[in-house]
Every structure is written in C-alpha cells, then in structure tokens.
Design a protein around this ligand. Sequence first.
Ligand SMILES: *[C@@H]1O[C@H](CO)[C@@H](O)[C@H](O)[C@H]1NC(C)=O
Ligand SMILES: *[C@@H]1O[C@H](CO)[C@@H](O)[C@H](O)[C@H]1NC(C)=O
Ligand SMILES: *[C@@H]1O[C@H](CO)[C@@H](O)[C@H](O)[C@H]1NC(C)=O
Ligand SMILES: *[C@@H]1O[C@H](CO)[C@@H](O)[C@H](O)[C@H]1NC(C)=O
Length: 345
Amino acid sequence: MEGELFLLSSMIFLLPVVCGCPEGCRCHSPSKSVDCSRQGLAEVPSGLPPQTLMLHLQDNQIHQLPAFAFKSVPKLTTLNLYNNSLSNLTPGVFHGLQHLRILNLTQNSLQSLESRLFQSLPQLRELDLSSNNISHLPPSLGEHWENLTVFAIQQNRLQQLDRALLESMPRVRRLSLKDNLWKCSCYLLGLKLWLETFIYKGGITDSVICATPDIWKGKDLLKIPHELYQPCPFPSPDLESSQGQQPGVVHQVVPRHPESHSVGERDHWKCEIKPKLRPANLRHAVATIVITGVVCGIVCLMMLAAAIYGCTYAAITAQYHEGHLAQADEPVKTEGKELFDSSPA
Ligand SMILES: *[C@@H]1O[C@H](CO)[C@@H](O)[C@H](O)[C@H]1NC(C)=O
Ligand SMILES: *[C@@H]1O[C@H](CO)[C@@H](O)[C@H](O)[C@H]1NC(C)=O
Ligand SMILES: *[C@@H]1O[C@H](CO)[C@@H](O)[C@H](O)[C@H]1NC(C)=O
Ligand SMILES: *[C@@H]1O[C@H](CO)[C@@H](O)[C@H](O)[C@H]1NC(C)=O
C-alpha cells in the first residue's frame, strides 16, 4: 500500500517532466536544461518545458527560424545554436527572451544581420557569432549591448568594424576578432585606437591580422604605426558594396561623387577618422603645448641669462673702462712721481 502510494506520488512528480520533454530531447529537471543536440532537427521542437533555462540545439540542421521562435520558453538564459544551417535570421526571432544571457550562433552560414536583431535581449552577456560568413555588422546592431561582456566574431568575412558598434559595448571584456578579411586602410584606424585603449584597460582579445592591402597582408593591425595611415576624408568606395567579394582590392582614397551624398546606406561608411582621432589629437595638442612651454621657458631663461650676462659684462666693462681711464690719468702723475721717486735712487 505504501509502496503503491510512493509509486503514484513519484509518477505524479515525474509526470510533468516526462510529458514536458519533446521526443528525442533529454530534459534535466534540476538544472532546467533541455538537450536536443544531434537529433537531425530542422526546427525548434514543440512542447519544450516552459521553465527551461538552457536549451541545447547544437549539431542539428535548423536552417530557418520564425519570429518568436522561442516564445514557449521565455525564461531561457542560455541558447545554443552551434553548428546548424542558419543563413539568415528573421528580425523578431529572439523576441520574448528577456532573460537570455548566452547566445551561441557559432558555425552557421549567416551572411548578414538585421540591425534590430538583438534589441529584444536586454540581459545578453555573451554573444558568439564565430565561424559564419558575415561580411558586415551594422553599427546599430549593438544598441542594447550595455551588458555584453563577451563578443566573438572570429572566422567571418569582416573587412571593417565600425567604431560606433565597439562603443556600444562598454562592458565587453573578451573580444574575438581573428580570421577575418581585415582591410588595414585608414578605415580600420578606429578599431586600432579602440583596441589599444581596450587592451590598456585589461580587455582580452586575439590578433587582428590584415588581409589587405598587399603591403600590410599578414601584419598585425596593432603593430602598424598610426603615422603610416593616410587620412581618409571620403567613404571607402569598396566598403560601400561591403559584401566582401573583393578582398583583393588595394585601398585607395577616391573622392566621393557629389550625388552619393544623399544615399542613406553610405552614411554607415561616413569617414570616422575625425571623431576617432580626437584622443590622439588631444594628446598631440597637450604634448605640443608642453613642448612649446618647455622650449619657451628655456629660451626665456637663456635670454634672461644673456641679459644678466650682458648687463654684468657691460657693468664690468664700464667699471674697467672707468678704472682704465682713471689709471690713464694717473700714470702721468705716477710716472712723474715714479720718475721723481726713482730719480734720486
Ligand atoms: C555538426 O553537426 C553535424 C550533424 O548535424 C555533425 O555530423 C558534425 O560532426 C557537426 N560538426 C561539428 C564540427 O561538430
Ligand atoms: C559556443 O559554442 C562553441 C562550440 O561549442 C564554443 O567553443 C564556444 O565557446 C561557445 N561560445 C560561448 C560564448 O559560450
Ligand atoms: C560564404 O559566402 C560566399 C559569398 O559571399 C559564398 O560563396 C560561400 O559559399 C559562403 N560560405 C559558406 C560556408 O556559406
Ligand atoms: C543590464 O543589466 C541590468 C542588471 O541586470 C539591467 O537592469 C539593465 O536593464 C540591463 N541593460 C540593458 C540595456 O537592458
């Protein structure tokens, strides 16, 4: 009787867990995680337990996700979509994931990202976009990335990274950037300056190795001196068509055509050099003032010394001259005196 009761109660206890777990997935109720990896899934399984915190969907063949794809699991904190076949993401796909902290999209076939894609994820801490086919990140992508601490975009096809995007993640501590098609022209100077500050403040990053132009190919962006970049007053002509099909194009500054002023898309590529250079300019200005001050001070001291020397010299000369004149008067007497004095001797 007691055994039956125990069986019944444990069945009642297990019932929601068993019923709430989609076929082919493994549900671990203490950690509230659901593992649906390696199931050949083409879509998010239905019937996920609504309490799920961690959802593992890696190593499947999901190639499309609808808007609100995860609305049945609103408490999700970790979502792993590693090694699927996603080539684009619908803007509303992550809507409703107010608590999502870790999003792993590594090893898919993503080519571009909608600028509002991650805006519905206020708690996002770690975003991994490594090993995709991304050639451009819109600067407004990071509009709600104040809490982001890990950002990985290694092994993609990026040629450039907008300074505005970097500045939208003030808490980032780890940044993976290697293995992209970095184009080390003046347009990457913003990234270089930002990275220098980032590393100085203790941030962890890997290396940004230039893919183009030929003179910098294989070189580390951080090791190329600032002075070697030409100023870039115009939008980069080949970054405008930034799908990355022309990785071999050697950078050159081409004047902007007047009619291109009105094209909104090109505003993304507006030259960032001026705002970016502000800290360096400020440093230069301060250095210039200090150097000028020191030089002026030295010159002033030298002039003062010269003046003192001049005055002293003049005074001494005048005195000597006076003395000499006086002496010049005297010798007659003296000589005379001497003559008189010596004559008797
Ligand atoms: C990716 O997932 C597939 C199954 O969909 C698997 O066969 C393959 O080994 C996985 N690749 C990696 C690198 O894990
Ligand atoms: C995403 O998954 C890959 C493969 O499992 C792993 O190497 C990487 O560290 C994960 N990224 C994050 C931010 O957890
Ligand atoms: C990446 O994109 C290029 C075109 O931009 C395409 O030719 C290539 O097959 C893509 N690679 C992958 C792995 O999807
Ligand atoms: C960052 O996290 C804090 C605390 O968890 C939260 O209050 C804040 O809204 C988050 N920031 C954004 C942009 O959502």
